[in-house]
Design a protein around this ligand. Structure first.
Ligand SMILES: Nc1nc2c(c(CN[C@H]3C=C[C@H](O)[C@@H]3O)cn2[C@@H]2O[C@H](COP(=O)(O)O)[C@@H](O)[C@H]2O)c(=O)[nH]1
Length: 368
């Protein structure tokens, strides 16, 4: 079994961090709270399709859609909306689709869906690779805003679109489904294919003299396929549980809220001032690496809680031999991450202004 290099990197970062740590009691309490909430909401892969902007059909075109969305799934925090409370500043980048104004991650998804409805085949690689068929100006129009703030990193978005289109045409016959086929049902192999062929997915850094892999967008790409196809067809991966949490800027904020991350006073000051943290800098890598490791510890703790529950249930049923064994709830780092991210969006006001307020860290990069 090949080990996920991201998990090894996360443990290394954790063991060599100076400004970020993981309180043991925070993990125990946080895991219990998250587990209870996941049980109450029956949090599983079916939640993915419930998002109004996520596709309801599952076919090869959906794979193209997921590839493009996760190619562009980076850097939505606003230079204008410094409060970032979840009640959007009126001037921050916003895309209205079907009468609803979207900001943050969902604004990009809304722009993609709007283009498709306008008859622009934006998810087709042979189309988005070509400057003749899809000029830069047209990409700018596709991501146009309702407000004066433009989509962050527009030029980088154009650049990664062209690069990915070219690689898909040159190496995978113009369809990401061919890349999935080469992975042969392995999630880790698909992450490796994506990060080795598409440079904009190669999310890694040098930390304490060692290369460390974070691979946020490559892993969430695999996770979105798995959740959308519910472990079937293009989303079937035998080693899906090896995928880690996706180190973005939103989930670390929620982990801090749950006392699952501890920050040094210097780091808290930097976050509070909204100072930029360069991509690959020591503080930024410590936040991202410890977030991955904290979710791994939460995952292990939740599996212990599940085991305890099963033993309890078996004791209760011990008299009745032909009673069916209690169905174990499926929990892995993906579902924990998706749950925490959805929670963070719903509770953003509390995370930014509540008892334990903290701001997201501000890094501009195409990696997350
Ligand atoms: N770790 C993690 N990071 C995630 C997501 C998602 C969207 N996933 C949805 C789709 C299916 C799932 O059910 C989720 O509902 C976006 N991001 C990251 O967040 C940031 C945007 O934040 P804001 O500016 O506040 O919108 C940005 O770095 C983006 O890359 C996730 O799930 N996990």
């Amino acid at each position: 079994m090949i080990l996920n290099p991201v998990l090894e990197s996360a443990e290394f970062i954790h063991n060599h961090s100076k400004h970020v740590s993981i309180p043991k009691d925070g993990i125990v309490h946080g895991a219990a709270k998250i587990f209870e909430a996941m049980k109450k909401t029956h949090y599983d892969t079916s939640k993915w399709k419930e998002h109004p902007l996520n596709p309801k059909e599952c076919n090869a075109n959906t794979v193209d859609w997921i590839f493009l969305v996760d190619l562009l799934n980076f850097s939505f925090w606003s230079d204008i909306d410094i409060g970032d409370t979840g009640v959007p500043h009126p001037d921050r980048y916003r895309v209205t689709f079907h009468g609803v104004g979207y900001t943050g991650y969902w604004s990009m998804v809304a722009a993609v869906n709007r283009a498709l409805e306008e008859g622009i085949p934006i998810t087709t690689p042979s189309f988005f690779a070509s400057e003749e068929k899809l000029p830069d100006k047209e990409i700018e129009r596709i991501f146009r805003s309702d407000t004066k703030e433009q989509v962050p990193l527009l030029q980088e978005r154009i650049r990664v679109i062209r690069e990915a289109g070219r690689v898909l045409l040159e190496k995978f016959d113009g369809r990401f489904t061919n890349c999935i086929a080469q992975a042969n049902g392995s999630a880790l192999k698909l992450v490796e294919l994506v990060t080795s062929n598409f440079s904009s997915f190669r999310d890694e850094a040098t930390f304490c003299g060692r290369k460390v892999q974070i691979f946020k967008r490559a892993q969430i790409l695999v996770a979105d396929l798995w959740a959308c196809f519910q472990d079937k067809d293009y989303g079937h991966f035998k080693d899906i549980d090896e995928i880690t949490m996706f180190a973005d800027y939103r989930v670390p904020q929620a982990l801090y809220h749950f006392h699952c991350l501890h920050y040094s006073p210097e780091l808290l000051l930097i976050l509070d001032r909204g100072e930029l943290l360069p991509n690959g800098s020591e503080l930024e890598v410590e936040i991202r690496g410890n977030s991955i490791w904290a979710v791994e510890l939460i995952r292990r703790r939740i599996l212990e809680l599940i085991e305890q529950e099963v033993i309890e249930k078996q004791k209760q049923l011990s008299g009745d031999d032909d009673a069916p064994l209690p169905k174990m709830m499926k929990v892995n780092a993906i579902l924990i991450d998706f749950f925490i991210w959805d929670f963070a969006k719903a509770a953003q006001l509390d995370l930014t202004l509540g008892q334990r307020p903290v701001k997201v860290h501000r890094t501009r990069s195409v990696f997350y």
